[in-house]
Design a protein. Structure first.
Length: 367
């Protein structure tokens, strides 16, 4: 289990640096060609592994639950598509409600079908065991945090509004996170033996909360050293719960159920990672819209104060900032001048265009 988690974290560790180097030197499209080569090699390895696998003499055969497989696939894909379309809920509500309804229907059909099948693809009785459900939730939340952090920190680090780094520099800035992920995932078993599994997981999750505060302060102040410390703490806090969550979940099952339980854990954790990517895009888009609305309200308040003869704190009229001309109000004080109205329309249009561009770019990146 430690070796499997370690190799998985090794990919998370070297992926941002190699991806940043390839993007900086060649282009981001090369990454997909390299992924195609790696996946082809993995498929060949699986083919040879299956051909070399033999069933033990006298072992009973087991029919594959294809209905459960199809229902589970429909549920997972529909849920991810619904989360991806969440930023467009106002413009196209059916693109969100449709996949969510399909996911809900597939989920309830899966529960009803698997309860009646002799050898279910997903045994629903596993989820009734507290240890298994807790380990599954911890692993899924950890993967949710890891993938969303890796993706959206890179976007923030390379944006002009963020850190303004190149792709290579953004990948290098994640080295503290990568080193902690790899080191702590390999030593998670020793930490669990020393302090106990539950205490180790609790400590790791508490470390994530502390690291989030440190990263927030580092990003706000532009302190790269403080940011590196926060990323290192974040890597350690995420690695320990993710490495120990499968152990906690499988401890609630019998040895004969370990294979099916491991498959369920893998599926749910990577579903959590997909939800992290999609949910991050939705949060990013909604945050951009709310920021634009707040900025529009502040601009309207400034224009109102300007119309009333109250100067802005900076000593400059808000209309002059937007249009570059001095706005004058009517002596009656009841209506806006044409220049002030034009300033409001121009400012609102710019904010809406920026919000739309940010939403479209975030959705295209996640897809």
């Amino acid at each position: 289990m430690a070796a499997w988690t370690g190799f998985l974290m090794l990919g998370f560790s070297i992926g941002p640096l190699i991806g940043g180097a390839l993007t900086h030197l060649t282009g981001w499209r090369v990454i997909f060609w390299i992924n195609a080569l790696f996946m082809s090699a993995a498929i060949l390895g699986l083919v040879f592994a299956f051909s070399a696998t033999t069933r033990a003499p006298g072992a009973p055969g087991r029919r594959t639950d294809w209905i459960g497989f199809v229902l589970l696939a429909i549920f997972m894909v529909s849920l991810v598509f619904a989360l991806h379309a969440l930023p467009q809920v106002r413009a196209a509500p059916l693109s969100v409600l449709g996949p969510f309804a399909l996911a809900a229907a597939a989920f309830f059909l899966l529960l009803s079908m698997e309860a009646r099948v002799e050898a279910p693809f997903v045994d629903p009785h596993f989820f009734l065991r507290r240890g298994f459900a807790m380990g599954l939730a911890i692993g899924s939340l950890s993967m949710f945090s890891i993938l969303s952090l890796l993706l959206y920190f890179n976007l923030f680090a390379q944006s002009h509004e963020g850190l303004g780094l190149t792709a290579l520099q953004a990948g290098a800035s994640l080295l503290p996170l990568s080193a902690a992920l790899l080191a702590l995932s390999l030593s998670a078993s020793a930490v669990a033996r020393r302090f106990g599994t539950r205490k180790a997981i609790t400590g790791g999750m508490a470390l994530v909360a502390i690291a989030s505060g440190v990263i927030g302060v580092g990003v706000t102040g532009g302190e790269m050293v403080l940011l590196a410390i926060g990323l290192f703490l974040m890597g350690g806090g995420l690695a320990v719960p993710y490495a120990l969550a499968p152990r906690l979940a499988l401890a609630a099952l019998s040895p004969t159920q370990a294979g099916q339980g491991s498959g369920i854990i893998n599926a749910c954790t990577f579903l959590g990672g997909s939800a992290g990517v999609a949910g991050g895009a939705a949060a990013f888009a909604l945050g951009t819209i709310s920021s634009a609305m707040m900025a529009s309200r502040r601009a309207n308040a400034s224009i109102w104060r300007d119309r009333s003869g109250v100067s802005d704190r900076s000593g400059t009229n808000a209309s002059a900032i937007c249009c570059g001309v001095q706005s004058r109000c009517n002596s009656s004080g009841t209506t806006f001048s044409p220049i002030t109205r034009l300033a409001r329309i121009t400012l609102a249009s710019r904010l809406l265009i920026r919000a739309a561009r940010a939403m479209i770019s975030s959705i295209s990146v996640t897809r």
